[in-house]
Design a protein around this ligand. Structure first.
Ligand SMILES: C[S@@+](CC[C@H](N)C(=O)[O-])C[C@H]1O[C@@H](n2cnc3c(N)ncnc32)[C@H](O)[C@@H]1O
Length: 229
């Protein structure tokens, strides 16, 4: 199984051994790769939708991995029982959905050793939620596919303090680890906020003014982060 750079980076972050649950598995590419490479012993490939779960079954059947990978239909972590898995991966969904999935099944989350989360958007909301729920980010990596950068968080139990709110947006571990894509990541954010700034600077509404100040502050903070790299 050849994975895309995003899924490959996720696979590299999965701890060796034990059982994994891949939530929102779609084609089950990740669990198949993890079994094929003997990174985990068993996997549960779960999805809320029948179509993606059928795709998962097709992939699993073609590799004859039915003994190692079980498919389950259901929303979020609801198909998983407490203490059933060591690692949970939730990738390719929005940050708010990931947060809600974790919140809804907090009793399962508490029994998992490692969570690997790859929110497509609202990554800051995921980091905020983790902070308030006895979970800490042990590691973070960026993966690049085309022009797009993906943020991947490795989370375990423990306390985490985020001193400056910019680190909700730029994961501190990316800076600490000198992630190969950190410069590109910050430059992309600076470009995004500069674009927004340009569109709102000549508008006269209170909302536009608020947005303008918010963007200016973000840009200053991002520039400070850039100076520390
Ligand atoms: C974009 S795909 C991501 C597939 C794979 N995880 C990846 O990262 O490549 C999103 C998948 O999540 C599933 N999904 C969406 N909401 C879900 C939920 N609440 N619980 C479980 N699966 C969900 C969708 O059916 C879809 O198969």
């Amino acid at each position: 199984m050849k994975l895309t750079p995003r899924l490959q980076t996720i696979a590299e972050l999965v701890p060796n051994g034990g059982r994994i649950a891949d939530i929102g598995t779609d084609h089950a590419y990740l669990p198949v790769y993890l079994i094929e490479n003997k990174i985990v012993q068993e996997a549960i490939a779960a999805d809320i939708n029948v179509g993606p779960l059928r795709n998962a079954e097709k992939t699993i059947n073609s590799y004859k991995y039915n003994k190692y990978i079980e498919t389950r239909l259901g929303s979020g972590l609801t198909p998983i029982k407490p203490n059933e898995v060591d690692t949970v991966v939730i990738a390719g969904m929005g940050g708010l959905l990931i947060r809600d999935i974790l919140q809804e099944s907090i009793e399962v989350v508490r029994t998992v050793k490692t969570l690997i989360l790859q929110p497509m958007v609202a990554q800051d909301e995921v980091r905020k939620w983790l902070c308030g729920n006895g979970l800490k980010i042990d590691n973070e990596r960026l993966a690049k596919e085309g022009n797009k950068l993906y943020e991947i968080l490795v989370v375990t139990k423990g306390e985490m303090e985020i001193e400056n709110d910019i680190y909700y947006e730029v994961g501190y571990k990316l800076i600490e680890n000198k992630d190969p894509y950190i410069n590109d990541f910050i430059e992309a954010k600076l470009r995004k906020y500069t674009e927004i700034l340009k569109t709102v600077e000549n508008e006269n509404t209170a909302k536009a003014k608020e947005k303008f100040l918010e963007c200016k502050e973000r840009i200053e903070k991002l520039k400070k982060v850039r100076e520390c790299l």
